[in-house]
Design a binder for this molecule. Structure first.
Ligand SMILES: [Zn+2]
Length: 106
């Protein structure tokens, strides 16, 4: 159910404080904290071509971030976790439909 907690941002949808841009949106690859996401990538399961489905990007001003869910202890060789706001691109393989995710952080 879509509540009043959404708005359109550059043809992308902001729901519950995270930006979702579908892969057929020309701006979807730019919803990144670093370089643009590629249109296609290699499937993590079989190595075939995987196509961009959507990108989710946490935005400045969000009240909740994934990096606050767990402690990042990587420097002390403990469990690794995100250290900042994240953008995640989800791809689906043309051959096996396995999802592959690429991400970067602010
Ligand atoms: Zn595959």
């Amino acid at each position: 159910m879509i509540t009043n907690n959404y708005k359109l941002v550059s043809k992308a949808l902001l729901i519950n404080e995270a930006l979702i841009a579908y892969g057929d949106n020309p701006n979807s690859r730019k919803q990144s904290w670093q370089a643009e996401f590629p249109q296609d990538t290699e499937c993590c399961k079989c190595g075939s071509e995987a196509r961009l489905a959507f990108v989710v990007k946490e935005e400045e001003g969000d009240k909740k971030f994934a990096h606050t869910m767990h402690q990042n202890e990587l420097a002390g060789l403990g469990p690794a976790w995100l250290h900042d706001a994240v953008a995640v691109a989800i791809y689906f393989c043309k051959k096996c439909l396995e999802p592959t995710a690429l991400y970067n952080q602010a």
